[in-house]
Design a protein around this ligand. Structure first.
Ligand code: ATP
Length: 347
């Protein structure tokens, strides 16, 4: 059992707060992703769990035991980083075996464990090579195997895919997902890539400036973002957000009129996703086209409306000229409403 509890954990350097009262229970075997922009405190949170950084306040509990005062090596955690630091003079086999030697695991167990880990990441044919004779993706898999071989209670992964090219990222991502399923180890994974977060996570923690913004399954976060920050961080393209006013259930802004909203009168930030709206003969938005981008499976149209650029996904063969007016259907049912001052979700 290796659930992790973080109870009001903060990290301060002088007056600066890097992580602010992070409070969360991570379930045994859960795959939790910490997501947020650069500098939001993801790595610091991870380093406090690992014991590489001391928490200024709060309790860190792993498997029911408070570990704040335990050395990193005694926390039963394996880590994989973006820079995978393999030993250049050792073979792949020796690299993977290294943690077993350090931990004085009986030599008789080494070969079977190394081979099992290598099989899991499809490296068995490379065991005799040196790291310099491997591709970036293969090296990252050696780093993964080196973490797996220890059979730790917890995996911590900090942007493990960020040094790989786009194609390798996708295949290695799938492999990590598959591994976590097979190994059934509690995993905390740090990324600023929302697609990685959405595809890998059981639950996602979205962070901004040291503060948790929302915790939820990928679907919950996508379908019901807690505030405009989460709404604009999750999804590609980001959720459209427009400032306007609601009067008698009608939202109005430049080139926009959306009736039928069940909401209190007043200023509001209204959001909807490009994929939920559609180009239509007559729509709630009628506005000039700013850009048209061909995506292959669809055409993305961007218009100027509500003081913002608003995107809508159209059919792949839809064509329009810049500055032409298009109508976009934005039925009230696809709209998200946020407080125009705080950005918090209203309903
Ligand atoms: P990235 O995606 O860029 O790695 P991150 O979300 O992992 O970012 P952290 O590395 O956790 O962010 O840093 C959080 C904040 O704490 C940043 O503003 C950073 O500048 C600050 N910080 C990190 N380490 C220190 C330190 N040793 N002293 C002072 N401030 C620090």
């Amino acid at each position: 059992m290796a659930g992790i509890e973080l109870r009001d954990v903060s990290k301060r350097w002088g007056k600066f707060t890097g992580v602010d009262r992070f409070d969360l229970t991570i379930r045994d075997r859960e795959f939790l992703v910490l997501l947020g922009p650069s500098g939001c405190g993801k790595t610091t949170t991870m380093r406090m769990i690992a014991g590489l950084e001391e928490a200024t306040e709060g309790d860190i509990i792993i498997g029911g035991r408070r570990v704040n005062d335990l050395d990193p090596k005694d926390r039963d955690i394996a880590m994989v980083f973006q820079s995978y630091a393999l030993y250049p003079n050792m073979s792949v086999y020796e690299n993977i075996r290294f943690p077993l030697k350090i931990r004085k695991v009986p030599a008789a167990e080494h070969e079977a464990r190394v081979r099992r880990a290598a099989t899991m990441v499809e490296l068995t044919e490379f065991l005799d090579r040196r790291p310099s004779e491997l591709s970036g993706g293969q090296r990252q898999r050696v780093a993964l195997a080196r973490a797996i071989v220890r059979q730790p209670a917890v995996f911590l992964m900090d942007e493990p895919l960020s040094n790989l090219d786009a194609k390798l990222r996708v295949s290695t991502r799938a492999q990590i997902k598959n591994l976590s399923h097979e190994l059934k180890v509690t995993t905390i994974y740090v990324t600023h890539d929302q697609i990685e977060a959405m595809t890998l996570a059981d639950r996602v923690v979205v962070m901004k400036r040291g503060l948790i913004q929302q915790v939820g399954t990928p679907t919950e976060i996508y379908d019901r973002p807690a505030n405009t920050f989460v709404a604009s961080f999750i999804g590609n393209p980001a959720m459209n957000l427009m400032n306007g006013t609601i009067t008698d259930g009608v939202f109005q802004a430049d080139n926009v009129r959306i009736p039928g909203l069940d909401a209190i009168d007043g200023p509001v930030t209204l959001g909807f996703r490009a994929e939920d709206a559609a180009v239509a003969p007559v729509g709630q938005i009628a506005a000039p086209v700013y850009t048209m981008e061909l995506l292959g499976d669809a055409t993305m149209i961007t218009v100027r409306a509500g003081g913002a650029l608003v995107a809508v996904k159209a059919a792949k063969d839809f064509r329009v000229a810049i500055d032409d007016r298009v109508d976009i259907a934005v039925p009230p049912g696809i709209c998200h409403l946020f407080d125009s001052t705080t950005g918090e979700r209203l309903y």
